[in-house]
Design a protein around this ligand. Structure first.
Ligand SMILES: [Zn+2]
Length: 373
């Protein structure tokens, strides 16, 4: 990953480049950012820059021997630790990052803004909860103590340390305080609040903000060739989450809005007969289409919440704007927030293979109640 492959966030790139150039690289850094932010991408680009032998003003050169290895994620001095679990072919007790390196390299190449659920699906963990085991933490410490230290930076990138077992996190404390040689720990977290305070107090905090609307629009138009209007619409819906924007780009059907609006109307009217029909339709969709509809619903609820505060802050246009304005007139902030939470929880359960028809019907009944209470 090169800095220039990540859209925007120039201020952070400059800050990282300058720290490396001045040889002021903190040995333990926490790249914190919400899901869909480029915190993992930034950490990988930074690791690539640290060991590039032909550093450029805008980041790693991308073509020296070190960069060539970094770009394939096979650099011997850049190590990855990430959540894993047992699969059909790997027993739980043997699940370690190094066992799934091949899948990991493919995943971060295809989907550097991906979620832990997508990662789990990619390596065959199905709907199990992936985590970083105690044994894994111990192996990191052992490997570092056995390593020969040269001029190069040894970079340990730990993705989602919040999924590390507490005992394992405790074991890491000492080495985070005093890593051997030129070791740099980059912990990449989506939920830094759930990390042990004893860990975060030892880290230099690097805030990786979400993308701005313009950065996402630029990415969608320049890299994917979308027209400006569609890019702007998707960027608004995605709210700074590039992963979400890419998901919507690939999956949202043009009729998602009509379908969603009709569903809300049926919930409002408590038309159970038609809602059962809708549940059948929902059940017949594939997993991605279902998520796409619900994700669309989440985005519309968020815009409706904004509209309850001020219509002028609302970022959608046309039919969607009309929907959001009406919705925010009929329902108060609390109710919209409740619907948002209900849809969000349903996405979570559907990702874990809940029955789609039952889940959808339950969700519809809950939303009807919120409407009519
Ligand atoms: Zn290079």
């Amino acid at each position: 990953m090169l800095f220039k492959e990540i859209p925007g966030l120039q201020e952070l790139k400059d800050q990282l480049i300058s720290a490396a150039d001045q040889n002021q690289v903190a040995h333990a850094q926490l790249f914190a950012g919400q899901p869909g932010s480029p915190n993992l991408a930034m950490a990988i680009a930074f690791a690539t820059y640290l060991n590039c032998v032909n550093r450029q003003s805008d980041g790693p050169c991308g073509s020296c021997a070190s960069c060539s290895k970094s770009l394939k994620h096979i650099h011997p001095d850049i190590h990855f630790v990430f959540p894993v679990c047992g699969t059909k072919t790997v027993e739980s007790k043997d699940a370690r990052s190094r066992v799934f390196l091949k899948e990991w390299r493919q995943f971060i190449t295809d989907n550097p803004y991906g979620t832990v659920e997508e990662w789990t699906e990619a390596f065959g963990g199905q709907d199990k909860q992936a985590f970083i085991s105690v044994e894994e933490s111990r192996e990191v410490i052992r490997d570092l103590s056995l390593m020969a230290f040269e001029e190069n930076y040894k970079v340990e990138i730990i993705w989602l340390p919040e999924l590390m077992r507490k005992e394992g996190a405790n074991a890491l404390l000492k080495i985070l305080e005093e890593p051997p040689g030129r070791t740099v720990f980059l912990l990449v977290s989506n939920h830094p609040d759930s990390l042990l305070a004893t860990i975060t107090s030892r880290m230099q905090y690097v805030h990786v903000r979400k993308f701005s609307d313009n950065e996402i629009i630029l990415y969608l138009t320049e890299k994917l060739g979308l027209d400006e209007v569609r890019a702007a619409r998707l960027s608004n819906l995605a709210d700074g989450d590039l992963h979400n924007a890419l998901f919507l780009t690939q999956n949202i059907e043009d009729n998602a809005h009509d379908w969603f609006r009709e569903w809300m109307r049926l919930c409002f009217a408590r038309d159970l007969g038609k809602l059962v029909q809708f549940a059948d339709e929902f059940h017949a969709m594939n997993k991605v289409a279902r998520k796409s509809i619900l994700q669309y619903g989440i985005n519309m609820m968020r815009e409706s919440l904004v509209a309850t505060v001020a219509n002028s802050l609302c970022r959608v246009e046309g039919e969607e704007k009309k929907f959001v304005q009406n919705f925010s007139k009929v329902l108060n902030e609390d109710k919209i927030h409740m619907i948002y939470e209900k849809i969000n929880t349903s996405i979570y359960h559907l990702e874990r293979n809940a029955n789609a028809k039952i889940k959808f019907l339950n969700l519809s009944v809950s939303i009807s109640r919120i409407f009519n209470n």
